[in-house]
Design a binder for this molecule. Structure first.
Ligand SMILES: Cc1ncc(COP(=O)(O)O)c(C=O)c1O
Length: 406
């Protein structure tokens, strides 16, 4: 029985909504995107949500907005340092590099794979760069404590932006992951908690930032801004419908994506509950073995205001020789048709691209926890599309493999 890491997540109702949208002839960004944005803002408890064509684009637009705001002083200038986790997704890091900033890598916490704030404090002391921002990832459905992030950022005079692309539907003390700080990015890539096939966006309470993001996603255009009248002074010979107010990209979403997103968002609680029940079953099957579900302890909490949203299941190989056993364990799981993958990309400092592009980076060995996670952990699916017999097969097989490698 195959246990793929990803699944389309599209149901008949989503496909019907997509077909109706195609037939309507309304294809490029319009009313359906606006409706989805409102629904997302309500869900997240934020004032604004600006949809884009991917989570990667959301990260790019957020960083661009901090460098070249149309109102007020820039919060970042070229050359500034931005604290990021050593276990990262490439497109958390690339906007920083591509827009002339410096990623300052920080080791992560072994229990959650999230940026370790104690180590971030040390980096602030020993780094020679001027560090102006912190850009943590809320990894794999885990929400970093928003209050801790906020107080860390304000104590150190840093701008806080969050990458929540893996943790839609993750709550802590009644606040959604990434609720503190200036803005947070989300992804609706296929196989995530909800899907728009490709898609993403930024949530923020700042109207100025939301307006800038609307321009940045659409060539720098003034069209979708709420303050369009302030720009349309009529004092130039420029056609006021073709007024460009900042540097931009074309990273707009399509109506078809928003139509699907609206249907999906209506059922997000069901999807996350299903993911949680899969995590519970796997945790229970792994009892008294050398496999341990990362952040599995959070499943015992009875606090209804906090919930891990289980993007994938990260499994730690515990006990002696875990590093040596990871490869044969993965081979065994793959032979059982259980697809596996590393925790995000593993220790990002081990990726060739970052050293080729960015000079004077610390060696990957300076991030021992990120390396340990890369060398002793792996992930399997927690997708809500998995059928009961697939979940049972996954749980049983993981237990059998763990016992075989005792
Ligand atoms: C932490 C993180 N950031 C950003 C992204 C990029 O999102 P997208 O695939 O929508 O571009 C991902 C992808 O899953 C991710 O895991």
């Amino acid at each position: 029985m195959k246990i793929p890491l990803a699944s389309s997540g599209l149901r008949d109702v989503d496909i019907e909504a997509a077909i109706a949208t195609l037939k309507s002839g309304e294809l490029t960004m319009g009313e359906k995107v606006k409706a989805f944005e409102s629904a997302m803002a309500i869900y997240l408890g934020k004032k604004y949500f600006v949809m884009m064509n991917s989570g990667s684009s959301a990260n790019l637009a957020m960083v661009e907005a901090l460098l070249r705001p149309t109102k007020g002083q820039p919060l970042l200038a070229p050359g500034d340092g931005v604290l990021v986790p050593a276990i990262a997704w490439p497109t958390t890091i690339w906007p920083i590099v591509q827009l002339g900033l410096s990623p300052i890598f920080v080791d992560v916490d072994f229990d959650t794979a999230a940026l370790d704030l104690k180590k971030a404090q040390e980096r602030l002391k020993d780094s020679s760069s001027v560090i102006k921002a912190i850009f943590p990832i809320h990894p794999l459905g885990y929400s970093i404590d928003n209050d801790r992030l906020e107080s860390f950022a304000s104590k150190n005079g840093l701008t806080l932006i969050n990458d929540v692309c893996e943790s839609l539907g993750s709550w802590r003390k009644g606040s959604h992951a990434g609720s503190s700080g200036l803005a947070s990015s989300f992804s609706f890539y296929f196989s995530h908690h909800i899907t728009t096939m490709e898609g993403g966006g930024v949530a923020t309470d700042s109207l100025d930032l939301a307006d800038d993001l609307r321009s940045i996603r659409s060539h720098g255009w003034s069209r979708d801004r709420t303050d369009i009248r302030d720009w349309n002074t009529g004092s130039t010979s420029t056609d006021q419908k073709f007024l460009f107010v900042t540097a931009g990209f074309n990273i707009r979403p399509m109506e078809i994506q928003a139509a699907i997103g609206k249907m999906q968002l209506a059922d997000i609680d069901l999807f996350i509950e299903r993911r949680r029940s899969i995590a519970v079953k796997i945790r229970d099957f792994l009892k008294d073995t050398r496999f341990e579900l990362m952040d599995g302890g959070s499943l015992s909490g009875s606090d209804e205001e906090s919930a891990h949203s289980w993007m994938l299941l990260a499994i730690k190989i515990t006990g002696p020789q875990a590093e040596l056993l990871r490869k044969p364990i993965l081979e065994r799981l793959n032979s059982l048709e259980i697809e596996t993958r590393p925790i995000l990309t593993g220790n990002f400092l081990e990726q060739p691209a970052i050293h080729r592009i960015q000079r004077n980076l610390p060696n990957s060995h300076e991030f021992p926890v990120a390396s340990k996670i890369s060398q002793t952990c792996f992930m399997v699916s927690a997708h809500h599309d998995l059928a009961d017999d697939q979940v049972h097969y996954l749980a049983k097989s993981l237990r059998a493999v763990a016992l075989q490698f005792e």
